[in-house]
Design a protein around this ligand. Structure first.
Ligand SMILES: Nc1nc2c(ncn2[C@@H]2O[C@H](COP(=O)(O)OP(=O)(O)OP(=O)(O)O)[C@@H](O)[C@H]2O)c(=O)[nH]1
Ligand SMILES: [Mg+2]
Length: 349
């Protein structure tokens, strides 16, 4: 078995914040107490305001990157490959009396694509479900995508039509850092905001989720439009993803980024062990199960360089996500690789 760990366990800033999420040990008495504290907290917040925002768009337009930049924490796994987000995830941001709850969703796909790539049912259900529970729908459009940037995809318009009665919608034009031609940009904006396309966008923003350009304005807009209502989550909750799920998604995203073409989609990533130590730091052991030795070799790379890079990048991101020191190990279980090879050979006989 290969076990790779990045050389130095990265450290966060001076303060180590121990996050409170939906850990399994919150069950029972602990949960009852936490709920009581939460209710008291809410009672104290007479001016509590909140807003739930569903973020929708085609695959790879920058939905997760946008949420991460806006909340200042990498809670939504993002990568350069499509279909990084495979099911809905919540990211929570609090400022003063106001709580913003973002619902990150898988990129919108047609039935044909779901069938062809054997995508999970969440690809067809989660965007609509998120939209139905949201106060605002944020539609993200990739302005660097020459094929899709000049019109709003019919899948998006169809969803917006379903929401007509209930939700407000805003259009967020992303990746403007890649669009140097300002004249063309304005021409496209005019097309996209034509009332015949969708008459109900209450605002349009131009941003770069990567550089952060324009993201402050969107955050201010959401904070200003939040409604007077109780918070859905307590002050310390920042996501509905369990720690092992978040760790799994972040490691998978770094594998997606570092391996070529379709290969990383073949690798199954799962958390073998996750432990929070007395000082608040975390030890995480992740398995990257490869279907063949060829894939395993590619993951490991020359002299282990590739897997070491994946581990370092993922460890850094996990530190930022959990806001504590994290030591990450990634194992590639060779025996299971050989087992799957054996199975394959047997099935050929
Ligand atoms: N240049 C540039 N790249 C961006 C910007 N926003 C996102 N990206 C990149 O676009 C790629 C996709 O970003 P994601 O946030 O994973 O996109 P997504 O819409 O969540 O993708 P799926 O979950 O696969 O649907 C990543 O490589 C990001 O770094 C941007 O404003 N400018
Ligand atoms: Mg995503």
């Amino acid at each position: 078995m290969w076990i790779i760990t990045s050389k130095h366990a990265a450290r966060t800033g001076a303060q180590i914040v121990r996050q409170v999420t939906n850990f399994a040990d919150d069950l029972g008495e602990g949960l009852v107490q936490a709920t009581k504290v939460f209710l008291n907290d809410q009672d104290n917040k007479k001016n509590a305001r909140s807003l739930k925002i569903a973020i929708l768009g085609l695959p790879n337009v920058g939905k997760s990157t946008f949420i991460n930049h806006l909340i200042g924490r990498p809670i939504c796994a993002a990568s350069s490959k499509i279909h990084t987000t495979r099911s809905k995830a919540t990211a929570v941001f609090c400022s003063g009396d106001t709580q913003l709850v973002f619902l990150d969703t898988p990129g919108l796909v047609g039935r044909g694509e779901v069938k062809k790539y054997k995508l999970e049912s969440s690809f067809q259900t989660d965007a609509q479900n998120s939209m139905e529970e949201a106060d605002v729908i944020g539609v993200i459009q990739d302005m660097s995508n020459v094929k899709h940037r000049e019109s709003i995809d019919t899948k998006i318009i169809d969803l917006l039509k379903l929401s007509r009665e209930t939700s407000n919608s805003v259009l967020i034009l992303n990746k403007i850092d890649l669009m140097k031609n300002r004249k063309l940009l304005l021409q496209i904006v005019r097309k996209l905001t034509d009332k015949d396309v969708w008459p109900n966008f209450s605002d349009v923003f131009m941003i770069s989720a990567l550089t952060g350009d324009g993201v402050d304005e969107v955050r201010s807009y959401f904070l200003d439009t939040a409604k007077f209502k109780n918070w859905d989550y307590d002050q310390n909750t920042y996501t509905d993803q369990a720690p092992d799920v978040l760790a799994q998604r972040i490691v998978k995203a770094r594998i997606l980024d570092n391996l070529p073409q379709e290969m990383p989609y073949l690798i199954q990533v799962y958390v073998d062990n996750i432990e929070t130590l007395a000082d608040g730091s975390m030890d995480i052991l992740v398995n990257a199960l490869c279907p063949t030795t060829r894939v395993a070799r590619a993951v490991i790379g020359n002299s282990g360089l590739r897997i070491r890079k994946v581990a370092q990048e993922a460890e850094q991101e996990l530190c930022a996500a959990f806001q504590t020191a994290v030591r990450l190990k990634i194992a590639i279980p060779i025996r299971e690789v050989e087992g799957s090879l054996r199975k394959k050979r047997q099935s050929r006989l």
